[in-house]
Write a protein that binds this ligand. Structure first.
Ligand SMILES: Nc1ncnc2c1ncn2[C@@H]1O[C@H](COP(=O)(O)OP(=O)(O)OP(=O)(O)O)[C@@H](O)[C@H]1O
Ligand SMILES: [Zn+2]
Length: 592
């Protein structure tokens, strides 16, 4: 490495040189600013001492389109930056310079193209720990393991265990995915290199790919470390899914490069890739293959107690008045994500300050709440009271009907915490081994369970919300399959009219051509199956009306019901007299 002379210049001189567009690039260190002139101005190297806040300097540099890098801590650099500047690669504008130095925060768009914009925080310096992330305990537990991989890699290597390379965080916006990734780095005390998927795309062809390459090069050099890619869907969209959008080629190249890089390293090298998305369904399947993002962690919107914990985390930063009851606030903020809650606390503090108060009062929260909700309503859904009640009865309906049904129709968890885009509430069934081997009575039970939600709405409100449409679709599909593929009907008999998916894949030719008559018969049978199941669901719920009320009230209070508490309620469900006969009928469509 060559050594170079670097002399001091006055800050005013530095400013003049910037304004005159003489400066090639700037490195901002905590104690001093180093810069070099463009070759046509002699290419000399200088340093000067900072005058004023670093942010002002950054704004100034951005305004004059001067490349800069921030060095948060001087010992992060293994060698003199000036030496690097002079290396041959730099002269032809390669990526060395910036890959050696990292940019900490800000500066979007000013770095030369092709250089990785990953921000590095020095070991543990994300300053974030799991204590900063609340209400997502399951996700934390799963990520705790990643922390251990990073800290005690040797333990795993020695025994020959393969450490996973990629973890995909999936969940709605603002639920703390970025925060969790930072916490993993913080807990493990390793560097955190982050980049957003959208930064890769709006670039010249080839640049996204080279950024990816550079990001991984940086990471390997700093291992153990975390690479975090936010908005993975921006690059990871299914290839060829939307050729009408510009930059498709670019995205594909970037994605291919990412796949190549992922295949080219090993979790055992101490680099773990964490990515986040709120649209997992559009990701290219190649990303999910084993050895890539084969671990998926759900980061969901928090339930009531989760919201209270998140409020506690953020309330630590402000002075709370004595009347503030975070539990009450948690109750009123159903549907809020962590980011919304952080925002709420901050808005409340602003209100208090505006009123010249010494502490944040409950009334400040009330005022802040309205502002935040007004903002939220534009973006997403906050449930009205009626909607919450509808969703609650609906989910309880599924659970009560499912409780009497055989096999996999039992419900293990119900929730009215809104999730993702569409679903307002949800019901989780006990997972079963192989749904292909559903017995007839199970099929019937499953269809009734699916209709339980809608039936509850009918009984309580006398009408059905649009929320039941998905269930009805599923129930229809199921009964259609039962009749046409599994041969479960009296009149049509055991003939496969449509190929099952497995048969289709094997190239089976069992499909019969369906005559108009048969098609009409299928339709009739499907309707009959559904109608019978619907009647059974209504009967069950009417018989258990009181239980439905009390369960719904509990669900409205706790938002989530699961485990022993749910099981205790479900054992009280009473079976109507005709249930067994209906379940064990010879065929699905046989009238009870
Ligand atoms: N679970 C949580 N606990 C505490 N704070 C949270 C939580 N979730 C979000 N926040 C607050 O909201 C901010 C934004 O969250 P973050 O950026 O991590 O969300 P995200 O899931 O990555 O969102 P996006 O999908 O929009 O990128 C955090 O910095 C934090 O202040
Ligand atoms: Zn439903």
């Amino acid at each position: 490495m060559k050594t170079v002379a670097i002399s001091q210049s006055a800050y005013s001189e530095f400013q003049t040189q910037i304004r005159a567009q003489q400066v090639a690039r700037v490195l901002i260190k905590p104690q001093r600013i180093e810069y070099s002139l463009k070759p046509e101005f002699g290419g000399a190297h200088y340093y000067t001492l900072p005058a004023g806040p670093a942010q002002d300097l950054q704004a100034f540099l951005r305004e004059h389109n001067v490349e800069f890098a921030l060095l948060p801590d001087s010992d992060i650099t293994p060698a003199s930056w000036v030496g690097l500047l002079l290396s041959a690669g730099m002269m032809i504008g390669s990526f060395v310079w910036l890959s050696k130095f990292s940019e900490a925060g800000g500066g979007a768009g000013v770095m030369g193209v092709g250089k990785s914009k990953a921000r590095t925080y020095k070991g543990g310096n994300t300053g974030i720990t799991f204590a900063d992330v609340a209400g997502v305990d399951e996700a934390k537990q799963e990520l705790q393991e990643v922390v251990d991989f990073l800290q005690n890699g040797e333990k795993y290597r020695r025994i020959g265990a393969k450490i996973p390379k990629g973890v995909l965080l999936v969940g709605p916006p603002g639920t703390g995915k970025t925060l969790l990734a930072k916490a993993v780095a913080g807990e493990a005390g390793v560097p955190f290199l982050s980049m957003s998927g959208s930064e890769f795309v709006e670039l010249y062809v080839g640049v996204g790919a080279s950024r990816v390459r550079d990001l991984f090069t940086q990471a390997k050099r700093q291992s153990p470390c975390i690479i975090f890619i936010d908005e993975l869907d921006a690059i990871g969209k299914s290839r060829g899914s939307n050729p009408s959008m510009g930059g498709n080629d670019e995205r594909e190249q970037t994605l291919n490069q990412l796949l190549t890089e992922m295949d080219g390293f090993d979790g055992n090298d101490g680099v773990i890739l964490i990515a986040a998305t709120n649209r997992p369904e559009i990701l290219d399947p190649a990303l999910r293959r084993p050895g890539r993002f084969d671990r998926q962690v759900l980061v969901d919107r928090p339930d009531k107690s989760g919201r209270e914990q998140i409020l506690q985390v953020h309330a630590q930063k402000v002075i709370l008045g004595e009347d503030v009851d975070l539990a009450t606030i948690a109750t009123q903020t159903a549907g809020f994500a962590g980011a919304d809650l952080a925002n709420l606390v901050n808005e409340a503090a602003l209100m208090a300050a505006r009123h010249n108060r010494q502490a944040v009062l409950m009334m400040d929260f009330a005022e802040a709440f309205e502002r935040v909700v007004a903002g939220l309503e534009k973006r997403s859904r906050v449930l009205s009271d009626t909607e919450r009640r509808t969703v609650a009865y609906h989910e309880v309906g599924h659970a009560l009907v499912g409780a009497l049904m055989p096999g996999g129709s039992k419900v293990s968890k119900i929730s009215i915490v809104p999730r993702g885009m569409g679903a307002l509430g949800y019901t989780m069934q006990t997972p079963e081994e192989d749904r292909f081997l559903m017995l007839e009575d199970e099929l019937r039970g499953q269809i009734a369970m699916l209709l339980g939600g809608r039936s509850a709405e009918e009984i309580v409100f006398g009408k059905v919300s649009s929320g039941a449409s998905d269930d009805i679709q599923k129930a229809t599909d199921l009964s259609e399959r039962a009749i046409t593929q599994y041969g479960m009907s009296d009149t049509l008999g055991p003939i496969a009219f449509e190929k099952t998916q497995a048969q289709f894949l094997e190239g089976s030719t069992t499909r019969r051509s369906i005559s108009g008559e048969v098609a009409t018969e299928i339709d009739r049978l499907v309707k009959e199956t559904i109608d019978n199941a619907h009647d059974m669901a209504l009967e069950i719920l009417k018989l258990n009306r009181d239980l439905m009320e009390s369960t719904t009230q509990t669900l409205l209070e706790t938002e989530v019901l699961e485990g022993k508490q749910l099981a205790a309620m479900l054992t009280q469900v009473q079976a109507p007299a005709g249930l067994d006969a209906w379940l064990t009928n010879q065929s699905l469509t046989h009238q009870a």
